[in-house]
Design a protein around this ligand. Structure first.
Ligand code: FBP
Length: 555
């Protein structure tokens, strides 16, 4: 198979490990903290997680560890959307297992959690893994979005674990997948099984984080990839001076991606969904904000610009949120009838009789393709597929309408020509940055240490991430510590709490201080491509979000 020059060099890259994990394997001991509590709903969660609730935080320290050389058989699952660095989590886990005991085995479940319940696995060997080290993608074993939720699925997972003689399974996923990890850990113990479950925090969206999980892996590489592209577009806009670029960015719920890209590239406008929700910004208010910048820049003869739009914003605009919630309900309750309707026009007509008057008139006013995208299938976790809703097109058409009114009124004399873009898949499988390559390898290695030490129901955790990698500290966070109860698909469910952009947080405040200037005055920054070889200040820097957060905490 032909490979690129970069791929060849990346195969040979040796990820950096924290000093405490890089030495003798028998010298990695555990320090246990005090018992923990969940984020909220402690009573209900203690009942639901009788065997796993409230475990202590774990930090790895130097000291004797008798158990670490035990022969182990472990399974690993990649779950959900791709994120750069997934292969390195598996490589770190594999190397840890083999360093502990050369007879230990690692199975990769194929195609996500479904591969676990269906017992579709391959044994990962040294030769095999060497073809994936430090590369992007999840193609080593594939991923999937199957949710393990029915009693049959839980039983099938246990059956697979028994058949393969597994000591443990590692689930590499986001908040939903790690909620699943917590449920599986509890289920196995409730069935008298000793199979351990350890999670690893993955998602480009950056919304699986808290005091102990400083970042989810993949975010660093994805935002750097998008920022490179946004910078290139901004420079083109500043050269040609004829287009407004409306760029929608992935990030299903949280706007961490858009915010970090804004901090890196300084666009004219960046919407932040969490602010839209907190301040109840209507669609009209958002359009006015964009038009205001277009008009002011036209007065300076700058008929070009860049607007960043988090893909999830549609679910945060109050009237759209209401419409989506109504659509979710009526489509779920009337699933059979809905499936019999001939096509979009029939669906639209049928919905007209069911939606509330406000939602109905909004639905009718939307461009046909947007309305159609709003009623597409939900994912297995019940989420609207926001990555398929072309919000950038909706905003362009609304801004065009508003500007033509302003033109007629004589308050706008510029030219408005807009292009829409969507950046998501471009960043999810990029070669992991050095940060993600090192971080992921450490997460995988730490997952091994947690398993070898006999723990279950933990998320692998690496902290102090703005320091050089040898100063990182590793350990584990009990999954139940990150949970609360939320309404999902009509009932209250235990879930890991999503971390949204904090409006009082340092990254957002830094953006707010500068955004009015950026809106009018061309202030673009061009970050360029991720660098893998060169000085650490060029190649190993974490995101601005992480640096600002740590600085605000006095680190
Ligand atoms: P995860 O939450 O599974 O990490 O996936 C995040 C994400 O990349 C979102 O940003 C995006 O909305 C979604 O996945 C796209 O899903 P799909 O891969 O099914 O197109």
């Amino acid at each position: 198979m032909e490979i690129s020059a970069l791929q060849k060099f990346r195969y040979a890259y040796k990820p950096k490990l924290p000093a405490g994990l890089a030495g003798e394997i028998t010298e990695i001991a555990l320090e246990l903290g005090a018992p923990t509590e969940s984020v909220s709903d402690q009573g209900e969660l203690r009942e639901l997680f009788k065997h796993t609730y409230g475990k202590p935080l774990v930090t790895f320290v130097t000291g004797k560890n008798e158990k670490i050389q035990k022969k182990l058989t472990v399974g690993v699952i990649l779950s959900g959307g791709q994120a750069p660095g997934g292969h390195n989590v598996i490589a770190g886990l594999f190397d840890g297992l083999k360093k502990g005991n050369t007879d230990s085995k690692l199975y990769g479940f194929l195609g996500g959690p479904g591969g676990f319940t269906d017992n579709k696995a391959l044994e990962i060997t040294g030769d095999f893994i060497d073809h994936y080290r430090n590369t992007g993608g999840f193609d080593m074993i594939g991923s999937g979005r199957t949710k393990i939720e029915t009693p049959e699925q839980f039983a099938a997972a246990l059956e697979t674990a028994k058949k393969l003689n597994l000591d443990a399974v590692v689930i590499i996923g986001g908040d939903d997948s790690n909620t699943n990890a917590a449920l599986l850990a509890e289920y196995f113990l409730s069935q008298g099984s000793a199979v351990q479950v350890i999670g690893c925090p993955k998602t480009i969206d950056g919304d699986l984080k808290n005091q102990y999980i400083e970042a989810s892996f993949g975010f660093d590489t994805a935002v750097k990839t998008y920022s490179e592209l946004i910078g290139n577009i901004a420079r083109d806009a500043n050269s040609a001076k004829k287009y407004w670029h409306f760029i929608r960015l992935m990030g299903r719920s949280a706007s961490h991606i858009a915010l970090e890209c804004a901090l890196q590239t300084q666009p004219n406008i960046c919407l932040i969904s969490e602010e839209v929700e907190a301040k109840n910004f209507s669609l009209g208010r958002i359009v006015d904000q964009i038009c205001d910048a277009v008009v002011k820049r036209a007065e300076n003869k700058e008929n070009f610009g860049v607007v960043l739009i988090p893909e999830g914003v549609v679910e945060f605009i109050p009237e759209m949120k209401k419409l989506i919630a109504e659509l979710n309900d009526v489509i779920a309750v009337n699933a059979e009838t809905f499936a019999t309707l001939g096509g979009f026009e029939d669906q639209r007509a049928w919905l007209a009789g069911i939606l509330s008057p406000g939602s109905h008139s909004l639905f009718q006013s939307l461009p046909g393709e947007i309305a159609q995208q709003l009623i597409m299938d939900r994912d297995p976790h019940g989420n609207v597929q926001v990555s398929r809703i072309e919000t950038e097109k909706l905003l362009i058409s609304m801004v065009e309408k508003k500007l033509s009114k302003l033109k007629k009124a004589g308050t706008y004399g510029g030219k408005f020509s807009a292009l829409g873009h969507f950046f998501g898949y471009e960043g999810r499988c990029a070669f992991p940055s050095n940060f993600d390559a090192d971080y992921c390898y450490t997460l995988g290695f730490s997952a091994f240490v947690l398993i070898a030490s006999g723990l279950t129901g933990y998320l692998s955790s690496v902290r102090n991430l703005t320091a050089p990698a040898d100063q990182w500290t590793a350990g584990g966070v009990p999954l139940t510590m990150m949970m609360n109860m939320e309404h999902r698909k009509g009932s209250k469910k235990p879930v890991i709490k999503k971390a949204l952009v904090e409006l009082e947080g340092a990254p957002f405040k830094t953006f707010v201080e500068a955004r009015d200037t950026w809106a009018v005055k061309t202030s673009f920054v061009f970050p360029g491509a991720i660098q893998y070889y060169g000085p650490p200040e060029l190649c190993d820097q974490p995101t601005k979000t992480l640096r600002l957060e740590h600085r605000a905490e006095g680190r």
